[in-house]
Design a protein around this ligand. Structure first.
Ligand code: GLC
Ligand code: CA
Length: 561
């Protein structure tokens, strides 16, 4: 059996811009993160994933990098970073960095040189095509709307950007690009970092022939990522990366891979493949998408679909590769609002239910900042309150240009799905600006910080925070079952209850989660393992076959023979 520290670990994701501001400029920073290392440690996490902290003009909050080896001045300096790393390591916390190498910023010196002339040595570091009949070479659309091609008159060519105009895609076919990226990664490894989360890594290899996207117009704001993902050379590139960099250090790697299937994931992460250790798949966070408007949807995911998708991944990867487990991150709506119930009567209960349901699956769990408090979506009254360029571009296209959605309708969809739901500042206290800043925050705080905040959670032994802490302790206590055990889904057609088992040797874990606000009856007593012990629950007592709203229970015992 394949065993390693990153399989047993729990990751806590920090979005530095929104975590803690230490100097009153309204922007979170590295000294701010250092202030809360003890908090992260207390939660029981082992690894911190930092969203990009590199020099960037912030068209896409740091996912547009202008210098891979400098810290964003708003976040601090390299001295601050080294202090953060040292302070984290002193607490036995590891640091995983975001690696954004599908694209750079258009302000990166490489691109600045590339757009000067066709003969500049850096020109071929990006992807250029001549106009076709005076137009862009293909109909491809960018993920943040508009064409994926932008024309540069100086060179008379279009460059490719799968994301924003200010995020030109690197040309991975050019060996000089690969060398530069691998050298940069080596430099970070030499600083002592512990891993990489790789941004849209399955997009780095583009098709050999560029042709129009035939499915483009099925959605008013669709994009062409699906056409380009998992390109012909992606595994060659990742193997080279592994050989030249990753294999030389003891790292944790997770590649963000939109559109990846379990079969493809086995190629990226198979224990024998020497590429990556995990991928972030997207299937379970796309089940509530709208057939017409994609992520801008008013739907909720169906529990039967959710169970099917999570179970497919559990089964397909068992013994062969390793799952990442997440409900949300900086790109997704808040877990409790989307998969649980953020009404005051159910928020805490359902946040705990979601936590246990996810953390008892096989894989490495990721906790996104604030998830451990049951932080919720935000409903800003106006589009002008939003900062996320994906949200703003979608508003522009769907409301202003295409008149496909009325402003009120689109605002409702934004309240459910905008990335800014996850990016409102971390809620530390009930005070003004939630204790995030003494200045004006770059994105407004959620008004519910007066009741939902870390200070309140730490003062309440029954809080979501301490429930996560308990889950993390159980993981350390029963690794053979909780980390490495196999998985069986029970009652796949039950649309209200998620019930599954984990097994290791003669041990069995039974997890039962009520995903509704109703009291239900299910046959639980008969299904408990022998000599069952209730490991954890979000209610004070065990009432047998009755499941109260959003109740979760996990029993440990011996397998029945
Ligand atoms: C990834 C990041 C997202 C970013 C995009 C482009 O999906 O998680 O935040 O906007 O890549 O870099
Ligand atoms: Ca600051």
């Amino acid at each position: 059996m394949h065993k390693s520290w990153w399989q047993e670990a729990v990751v806590y994701q920090v979005y530095p811009r929104s975590f803690q501001d230490s100097n009153g400029d309204g922007i979170g920073d590295l000294p701010g993160i250092i202030q809360h290392l003890d908090y992260i440690k207390q939660l029981g996490a082992d690894v911190i994933w930092l969203n990009p902290i590199y020099k960037s003009p912030n068209a896409d909050n740091g996912y547009d990098i202008a210098d891979y080896q400098q810290i964003m001045p708003e976040f601090g300096t390299m001295v601050d970073f080294k202090r953060l790393l040292k302070e984290a390591h002193a607490r036995d916390l590891k640091i995983m960095m975001d690696l954004v190498v599908n694209h750079t910023s258009d302000e990166h010196p490489w691109f600045q040189a590339a757009k000067q002339s066709r003969t500049d040595p850096h020109h071929d570091w990006y992807i250029w095509r001549d106009p076709v009949d005076g137009h862009a070479p293909t109909n491809w659309r960018a993920d943040f709307g508009g064409s994926a091609w932008t024309y540069v008159p100086e060179v008379g060519q279009y460059y490719l950007h799968l994301f924003a105009v200010k995020q030109p895609d690197l040309n991975w076919q050019n060996p000089a690009v690969r060398d530069a990226v691998f050298n940069m990664m080596t430099w970070w490894c030499q600083q002592g970092i512990d891993g990489f989360r790789m941004d849209v890594i399955n997009l780095i290899s583009k098709p050999d022939v560029f042709e129009d996207d035939p499915h483009l117009f099925e959605q008013p704001n669709g994009n062409s990522l699906g056409l380009i993902a998992n390109g012909p050379h992606v595994h060659d590139y990742l193997r080279a990366m592994n050989q030249k960099v990753l294999s030389k250090y003891d790292l944790m790697t997770v590649g963000e891979a939109p559109g990846v299937t379990p079969a493809l994931a086995l190629k990226y992460t198979g224990f024998d493949r020497h590429e990556l250790e995990m991928v972030f798949q997207f299937k379970h966070v796309g089940l509530d998408n709208d057939p017409q408007f994609g992520k801008w949807s008013l739907h909720r995911p169906k529990l039967t679909d959710l169970k099917r998708v999570l179970s497919d991944w559990q089964t397909a990867l068992h013994g062969k590769a390793w799952n990442s487990l997440y409900w949300d991150n900086h790109d997704q709506a808040r877990a409790v609002s989307r998969f649980g119930d953020d009404r005051p009567a159910f928020r805490v209960r359902s946040a705990k239910m979601l936590a246990a349901t996810l953390h008892f699956l096989e894989g490495t769990p990721y906790i996104y900042q604030g998830e451990e408090l049951g932080m919720t979506n935000v409903a800003f009254p106006s589009i002008h309150d939003y900062r996320d360029l994906d949200t703003l571009n979608a508003w522009h296209e769907l409301v202003e240009q295409q008149h496909a959605l009325a402003p009120d309708d689109m605002l409702k969809r934004i309240h459910l799905r905008s990335r800014d739901n996850a990016r409102t500042p971390m809620q530390w206290t009930a005070e003004k600006q939630a204790g995030f800043t003494r200045g004006t925050p770059w994105l407004a705080v959620n008004p519910n910080h007066t009741t939902i905040n870390a200070a309140a959670a730490l003062a309440d032994p029954d809080s979501v925070f301490f429930f996560y802490q308990k889950l993390n302790r159980l993981r350390k206590q029963y690794p053979s079952l909780i980390v490495y055990g196999d998985y069986t889904l029970l009652d796949p057609d039950d649309a209200e209850v998620y019930m599954y088992q984990r097994h290791a040797a003669d041990q069995e874990l039974l997890v039962v989660s009520n995903f509704t606000d109703q009291t239900l009856t299910r046959n639980i007593t008969d299904r408990q393992p022998q000599a069952a012990q209730l490991l954890i629950s979000n209610y004070a007592d065990d009432v047998g076959d009755t499941l109260r709203p959003y109740e979760v229970r996990a029993y440990l015992g011996k397998q029945r023979s």
